[in-house]
Design a protein around this ligand. Structure first.
Ligand code: GLU
Length: 550
């Protein structure tokens, strides 16, 4: 794992054992560990109480000032959320397993420990703790639920429908192993697939590979997919999937093994008439090709329609890979027409330089918009005279990240969001515009390429300040719309040209924007509320028409 070292606290009184653990941790290899050691329970508790953030506690239960289960209970009371791994002697295993029964994540026998086992156990203990404590506890899920409840209130949604839509209909959590390239290490990761609404047709939504993925985040993204598909009047309910890991740390062959295993874990849930995955953050055309191949191998014939966002040669659609960025720019064009803004006179800033941000920036610049700044995980670049997009894209091809791009000033991601511009397009992670920075945002139009980039309190501030927000379920709906075209082409054996695709995409997005702008005007809503009410109304209508089984 790259990035910050993992912070471990070792509570162990035997200096020989402490030295052994320290040495093993140095050899872990796949990530760095910053270790601190306390020789008694009192020092250990004191270190935990200092407010330093530890990621894991390695605990010997028999200490000079505390014995056996009492040691465990006192540590647990001090850090109810933290993974605790018990370090046991060979003759203390019964005691160690009692601690595991009481809530410790695992135990390790000190005398037969090697670096690989220790490294893997620590990582897995953190995964288990996360799974046990914070699956639903995600800011994105709270945001998606709050947005839904606010819209439900305004439209006086029936209580029963409100309850049925507040949580996804189906969720699956899988934990599965895959082999690292060195052939010795096997890693276990957690994966998810969530289907929010099954009433509208098959479910649809991407698969995300990211270290923050959990059930709540996947559920939020699935819920947003439901409203997005309903708003675009596509015959799908919302779904989302993901695996919690950092794909930038893994080789292509490791990603392939992980993807194939994840696919076979969720294979019962997906299918061209059931649930159709697509790319999202951390996944791409290649990932979809592996999913399509794994699924096809299982059924014995090629099933292109099981995923969208595949390479064109496998039944992918022309224009799908850039559709989200293109759609965002189409929606901005519609808004500019309504607001009587001349786009070639405007400036834009784009946060995120993945598939969505990169393409949005490129299409803005093709329209004559001056793109002042863009950013990625390494930070932002800013040029008050405008960036030369082809040159920036070429630089990232050669250097992978934007960092070090010579023709611009370096800014942080936070500073980038606060730059003076006409159009700001957050196309990275959720929660980027919040109560703390909404007052510093300096744009006229905020076009949300990411899912959930704006928190509810920020939304209110932006509205008060008269910033025109094009909400995510409209602004980034180009991706799923072309996914729908891809699915239709696959199921009907059609082949549409890029012109046909783009022309239909523009029509669907322009129509959705007009409906929303009309509703917003008539009912005095902001565009997000109008979009949610529009999406929820369609799902309500479908659910009521189908009635209740049995
Ligand atoms: N992951 C994309 C989204 O959030 C696309 C989903 C799809 O094409 O099914 O909209």
């Amino acid at each position: 794992m790259s990035g910050k070292p993992l912070r471990a606290l070792l509570i162990e009184d035997n200096p020989i054992h402490a030295r052994l653990i320290e040495k093993l941790l140095e050899e872990v290899g796949s990530y760095d560990v910053a270790l601190q050691t306390g020789g008694t329970l009192a020092t250990g508790l004191e270190m935990l109480g200092r407010g330093e953030d530890f990621d894991v506690v390695l605990l010997d239960l028999v200490l000079p000032d505390s014995q056996e289960m009492d040691t465990y209970f006192r540590v647990r009371a001090a850090v109810p959320e933290l993974p605790v791994l018990i370090l046991s002697g060979i003759d203390d295993v019964t005691l160690a397993s009692r601690a595991v029964e009481a809530g410790a994540q695992d135990y390790l026998v000190k005398t037969s420990l090697d670096a690989q086992t220790l490294g893997r156990s620590i990582r897995y203990a953190r995964e288990i703790t996360h799974a046990q404590r914070s699956e639903w506890n995600s800011p994105s899920f709270r945001l998606a639920q709050q947005q839904f409840l606010k819209a439900a209130e305004l439209m006086s949604l029936d209580d029963n429908l409100r309850q049925r839509l507040l949580f996804p209909q189906r969720t699956q959590i899988v934990s599965f192993p895959f082999r690292r390239d060195n052939e010795q290490e096997v890693e276990t990761v957690f994966g998810y697939r969530v289907q929010h609404v099954l009433s509208m047709g098959p479910t649809k939504g991407g698969i995300r590979y990211h270290p923050d993925v959990n059930l709540g985040e996947t559920g939020a993204l699935a819920m947003w997919m439901t409203w997005k598909c309903a708003l675009m009047q596509l015959p799908f309910g919302g779904a989302k999937g993901g695996v919690r890991f950092d794909p930038t740390d893994f080789s292509r062959s490791e990603l392939q093994r992980l993807t194939r295993r994840y696919t076979s874990e969720i294979i019962g849930m997906i299918g061209p008439d059931k649930d159709i995955p697509a790319p999202d953050m951390g996944t791409d055309e290649q990932t979809m090709a592996w999913i399509m191949d794994t699924y096809s191998q299982q059924v014995g014939y090629a099933v292109p329609a099981v995923v969208t966002g595949k390479p064109v040669v496998l039944g992918g659609s022309e224009g799908r890979s850039e559709a989200t960025g293109r759609g965002l720019v189409y929606v901005v064009e519609e808004a500019a027409r309504r607001l009587e803004i001349d786009l070639p006179q405007t400036t834009a800033v784009v946060q995120g330089f993945g598939n969505v941000g990169r393409n949005a920036a490129r299409f803005f610049s093709e329209l004559g918009v001056t793109v002042l700044g863009v950013s990625d995980v390494t930070g932002g670049i800013f040029n008050p005279r405008g960036l030369h997009l082809d040159d920036v894209i070429d630089y990232t091809r050669r250097h992978r990240f934007l960092e070090g791009y010579p023709e611009a000033e370096a800014v942080t991601n936070e500073e980038l969001l606060e730059l003076q511009c006409d159009i700001l397009a957050p196309c990275a992670l959720q929660g980027q515009i919040h109560g703390g920075n909404a007052n510093q945002i300096q744009c006229r139009i905020l076009a949300e390429g990411a899912n959930g980039p704006t928190t509810l309190d920020a939304d209110e501030i932006l509205q008060d300040r008269g910033i025109y927000v094009l909400p995510d379920i409209l602004a980034n709906a180009g991706g799923v719309t072309v996914s729908y075209f891809e699915w239709v082409q696959d199921t009907q054996n059609y082949m549409w040209t890029l012109e046909q695709i783009n022309e239909r995409l523009r029509r669907i997005l322009a129509d959705a924007y007009e409906r929303l702008a009309g509703r917003a005007e008539n009912e005095g809503y902001d565009l997000r509320t109008a979009a949610l009410v529009e999406g929820i109304s369609r799902v309500r209508e479908a659910k009521l028409a189908r009635g209740l089984f049995p």
